[in-house]
Ligand binder design. Structure first.
Ligand code: PEP
Ligand code: MG
Length: 557
């Protein structure tokens, strides 16, 4: 048995045969094609065939998946791109070289535009598919799976991840990427065990049996009976937890609402039968992504009403548009910022485009009226009391009844009492709070240690916020990734956080952990975490205080 190590996403585990994603084809340095006209025709046909195949995949998918794959298909149909390739062939480049160079030129242009930059991976995956056709190689990316398998890849393009046959994917192992990368996030949302940054994953062979343990961040090659039994026990334990439906609460009945993070109306419709108490974070920017202009007020109202209706009166916290930095939008994000994460993003967009926020708030008020529900509406990236007050005034003027702000900037956590005097609730976004407290770019996998929400400074700011909220009796939730870590969830409950919002797949583990600890015990964990001097000491101290069965079933170590 060999053990490969990486960073795990989720608590799941699985054993199965490896199915390798086919790599991108290498571009042969061949001479010009003797028949240039025939070569140009072959290229055009290859682009068409790739576009048709992607369109077929998009048609079989729904929601964000369909959008992502459909956008890749549209790129394969771009007449400008095909024309560029033809010109290069006419000038004497071989077909594969012409495809490669023309795409590289487009990719460079895309990278200069913050809106298009996120599409570069899809453009490159179109190139790989076209090249594979021209060269008679297997289609790059994940092959059609004949049996349930562990998908192993160097990295997966968004279009590849989106096109996975979910009922046959037991686990995902990625050689590159990071815990905050696209594949990791999608896998987390779908509840598929995933391990990223796995050194040596490149040597795994098709059909070879592996045991993937996301909680431990390991991939065991050729697992023995003992490892298989351990995986089976974990799966049985997690499956049993997934059956439980009671509201989130500590062992002595102190309620901590368990909510879901969503991005689309389809996500909400999947929650209809889920054991969650509502939505704690609706990331509305997904509705705006990949568009040249903002969706109309009416279109927005229809989508928001669909979300509110699907939840049938359960709590829904909607976040207003959070564009900029890692979520660029073509029509509002400035491209001249030296430091976009510190620039005009989130609520700050109101400075340049108040109409955008106003129309979103009005659409939300219309949706509330149409459905007879009261959404909670909050603004991202608020930094001052004045901003909180201005947002609350605008939201109320537009007809929103419950108004809040996110705590993502340390200044707001430090002055939470004054901020809370202006709004009805706050929600702590620990992803950005960690980024801004630790001055570490959240997209840099190499800085994961600094971005760790167990950092004592981050926990201090969560504590300051929760204390200020408790003093006013107003709710303070957490909707960052930290809420999905069962051990940290206990600490957050102990600090006084009133709700935890996470990807739905993480809810059963957190529910179980809470149910096994009293509020007093959660407070002990919180005190232990805050007394520690380092993130790692904080975690170790808490682990020692956790119920043994919780540690065992959730594989906390
Ligand atoms: C956060 O910052 O923690 C958060 C929930 O918002 P997002 O991840 O969408 O920036
Ligand atoms: Mg955020």
């Amino acid at each position: 048995m060999r053990t490969l190590r990486g960073s795990g996403v989720g608590r799941g585990a699985a054993v199965g045969p490896v199915a390798r994603a086919h790599p991108s084809p290498a571009v042969p340095d061949g001479p010009a094609d003797p028949d240039r006209e025939a070569a140009a025709r072959a290229v055009a046909e290859a682009f068409d065939a790739v576009a048709d195949a992607l369109d077929a995949r998009a048609a079989a998918a729904s929601g964000t998946v369909a959008d992502v794959v459909g956008a890749a298909a549209a790129m394969a149909r771009d007449p400008e791109l095909v024309a560029q390739v033809r010109t290069r062939i006419e000038l004497g480049q071989s077909a594969p070289v012409a495809v490669d160079r023309a795409v590289a030129e487009f990719a460079d242009l895309f990278r200069q535009d913050s809106f298009l930059a996120e599409r570069v991976t899809d453009l490159l995956s179109v190139r790989d598919r076209v090249l594979a056709r021209l060269l008679g190689l297997p289609e790059p990316g994940v092959p059609a799976l004949a049996r349930p398998s562990v998908v192993v890849a160097r990295d997966l393009a968004p279009a590849d991840t989106a096109a996975l046959e979910l009922d046959k994917v037991l686990a995902i192992v990625i050689e590159q990427g990071g815990p905050t990368g696209h594949t990791a996030i999608i896998a987390g949302q779908l509840g598929i065990p995933c391990v990223v940054r796995v050194g040596g994953a490149g040597e795994l062979r098709d059909g070879e049996e592996v045991a993937v343990d996301a909680a431990a961040g390991t991939v065991v090659v050729g697992p023995d009976d003992e490892v298989r039994a351990r995986v089976a026990a974990r799966r049985a334990g997690l499956a049993a937890l997934a059956e439980r439906r009671e509201p989130g609460a500590t062992a002595d009945g102190h309620p901590v609402a368990l909510l879901a993070n969503i991005g689309t109306a389809e996500d909400t419709e999947r929650l209809v039968d889920a054991a969650v108490e509502g939505v704690g974070l609706f990331r509305t920017e997904v509705l705006y992504l990949g568009r040249a202009t903002a969706p109309s007020e009416d279109e927005q109202a229809t989508v928001y009403a669909r979300v509110l209706r699907a939840l049938g009166g359960r709590k829904v916290v909607v976040r207003t548009l959070d564009a900029g930095a890692d979520k660029p939008l073509a029509f509002v994000t400035r491209t001249d910022e030296e430091n976009p994460a510190l620039g005009v993003r989130g609520y700050r967009l109101v400075r340049a485009a108040e109409d955008l926020l106003r129309s979103q708030l009005r659409a939300l008020a219309t949706a509330a009226e149409r459905t007879g529900t009261t959404p909670w509406v909050m603004a991202p990236m608020v930094a001052t009391v004045e901003e909180a007050a201005a947002f609350a005034a605008l939201a109320r003027e537009c007809g929103i009844a419950r108004v809040g702000v996110m705590v993502e900037v340390p200044s707001v956590a430090l002055r939470a009492a004054d901020v809370l005097a202006e709004v009805d609730f706050v929600s702590i976004g620990t992803n950005d709070l960690a980024q801004y407290t630790m001055a570490a770019d959240r997209l840099l996998g190499d800085l994961a240690d600094l971005l760790d929400p167990w950092q004592p400074a981050v926990l201090d700011l969560v504590a300051a916020t929760a204390e200020a909220a408790a003093a006013t009796g107003k709710p303070a939730g957490v909707c960052g990734e930290s809420a999905s870590d069962p051990l940290l969830a206990l600490v957050l409950a102990g600090l006084g956080v009133t709700s935890l919002s996470m990807s739905p797949a993480a809810v059963p583990g957190v529910r179980f952990a809470l149910a096994r600890h009293t509020l007093a015990r959660c407070r002990e964990l919180a005190a232990a975490a805050r007394t520690a001097r380092t993130a790692s000491d904080a975690r170790t101290a808490c682990l020692a205080l956790v119920d043994a069965e919780v540690r065992e079933v959730l594989a906390l170590a």
